[in-house]
Ligand binder design. Structure first.
Ligand SMILES: [Zn+2]
Length: 320
């Protein structure tokens, strides 16, 4: 991936009447944001470019700031998968208004992270029904400490919380679609779900997969490397060669790339595990550069640096 413009912008999140300032890295142009988490510094959210890619007659992907959004438009209304950050919501709404006059009926959260749920409060206030796994609602309903960025993010207000939750799977029959929502278990977090528009053969896999950056297991939110491996295996059982795979911070991808991602993660995980069994320290393991043969593919301005991945896997394996 070639980065055209990269700029630090500013983002203000208003939660529980407290202003909390977050900084983000936001990519301009047709490329989607590659960061999967905010760095928490003072920021400004002007000049953001929102782009859409049409995947089928009814389905679009919206790129802006934060996790990629799937937009489904049909007779029943508008359905969104994830909703980026709060300051982007009005921009996303105007993109939708240019495509349809139907209301936003459902918002499905793939997981709890604020770059995927930041629009919940405004969309919930506007009447959208928010859907998520049980664990996502639980975590959004209380202050969350994210170890990786060493920061606590406040709970969402009532309007931003999912009002329909599920423990395993659920299906929505809307817009002439069978929309299958499937809980993957603990991988990136403990609330990861895929959203599969089966008639169009398009799936949103949240942050469990990217074609351009290393994975991140958010251990403080219940993530785990072995869980992520099993989640990728589950995704591969759902999709076929024709499936369009949308990751939270990925291009429009496919089965082959998901398989390659799984193989990469299994290889690095097994390599690190073997060294742990031999009594090697984290510093010694990092010195062997366990990711080196994959860095050209996945270390392309990635939020997760190779050493971060090694440390993340090491910590996850030591939590077993
Ligand atoms: Zn995430």
């Amino acid at each position: 991936m070639i980065l055209t413009k990269l700029k630090i912008l500013f983002y203000i999140k208003n939660a529980r009447n407290n202003l909390t300032l977050y900084s983000l890295l936001i990519l301009f142009g047709s490329l989607n944001a590659i960061v999967s988490f905010p760095n928490l510094e003072p920021i400004d959210a002007s000049h953001l470019e929102i782009n859409t890619t049409k995947l089928s007659v009814e389905i679009y992907v919206i790129y802006g700031s934060g996790g990629n959004v799937i937009l489904s438009i049909g007779d029943d209304g508008v359905i969104l998968v994830d909703d980026q950050y709060a300051p982007v919501t009005e921009r996303i709404k105007s993109v939708i208004a240019n495509l349809t006059d139907k209301p936003i009926k459902f918002v499905i959260n793939t997981h709890l992270h604020p770059d995927h749920t930041g629009g919940n409060e405004k969309l919930g206030e506007g009447g959208a029904i928010i859907i998520s796994h049980d664990n996502v609602r639980k975590r959004l309903n209380s202050d969350q400490f994210f170890e990786f960025i060493n920061q606590t993010i406040p709970a969402l207000s009532e309007k931003g919380l999912p009002i329909i939750t599920f423990s395993e799977n659920m299906t929505l029959y809307q817009n002439n679609e069978e929309i299958k929502i499937t809980y993957l278990g603990s991988g990136h977090t403990d609330g990861d779900s895929t959203v599969f528009f089966t008639n169009n053969n398009i799936i949103h896999v949240g942050d469990d997969f990217s074609d351009r950056s290393y994975p991140f297991m958010d251990l403080s939110s219940g993530g785990a490397v072995d869980g992520l491996i099993s989640s990728l295996q589950k995704i591969l059982l759902m999709i076929n060669k024709e499936t369009k795979v949308v990751g939270g911070h990925s291009g429009i991808s496919n089965q082959t790339k998901v398989k390659a991602y799984l193989d990469m993660l299994v290889d690095i995980r097994n390599n690190i595990n073997e060294m742990i069994q031999k009594g090697k320290s984290l510093a010694e393991i990092i010195q062997t550069k366990p990711t080196s043969k994959y860095d050209a593919i996945y270390y392309d301005h990635s939020f997760i640096k190779p050493n971060d991945l090694v440390k993340n896997i090491y910590m996850s394996l030591n939590e077993r």
